[in-house]
Design a protein. Sequence first.
Length: 270
Amino acid sequence: MKQQNVDANLVSGTRRRAAGLAVAAIAVALSNAPSRAQSTIDPDADSVLRAMTDQLQALKEFDVEYDTDHEVVLRDGQKIQYSASGRIVVSRPAGFRMTRQGPYADIEASFDGKVVSLYGKRLNVYAQIDSPGPSIDEAVVEFRAATGLDAAGADFLSADPYAVLTEGVVSGSLVGTAFVGGVLCDHLAFRNNDVDWQLWISKGEQNLPLKYVITTKWVTGSPQYTLRFRNWDTGGVDSKTFSFKPPADAKKVDAVHADAVGDLILEAQQ
């Protein structure tokens, strides 16, 4: 089996804040608690981060493509990187649609305000999860609980991305500027107790995230999760995008979980 050489203890220690379904990208818990970031984040870094999160909050609709790299450390110490790509379409409060093409899965996920639907193209199977509420935040929380995995970029889909991103931050700084995909960005670096994370935010009229790297510090080999966004489109989104109708020959499954490389496994009913 493809996971037989993966050290389960190492993998389980990885905090996948932006891994997942789409893929997520899409690991911090959503919280309504007030952030204490003002006293720990450098003012310049805080200003850049707030400008980005304020813009994300103001976006009612967007469509963005993404790429992820998810590192796994094997028992012999070798580090293997698994890559995936996908697309995220969001309309607040209508819902979202995400796709993920990974090493072992080709998944679509949609949320229509009531139900999260997952469809595995290769196996032609699907699963559905009732959301406890109509918000994207509630749908993501239920998805995490059911699968053990985040949607790709879930931190950025939240109704309050600043609070989510800064939860548990002990320090933050503005490293400087850099280019990501040919775009000039502000480069920020933050530290939590368990992970370090970095964020590259485009400069100019649109302050949007282009790259996000999470390093798990206390796991052997310090594996990283990298999420890159590209081709941001902040125009209109068709709400029909979020409706899911399974193919006539698709089989419904009753169990969904994540594997060690961030892919979703759909298990058919007996």
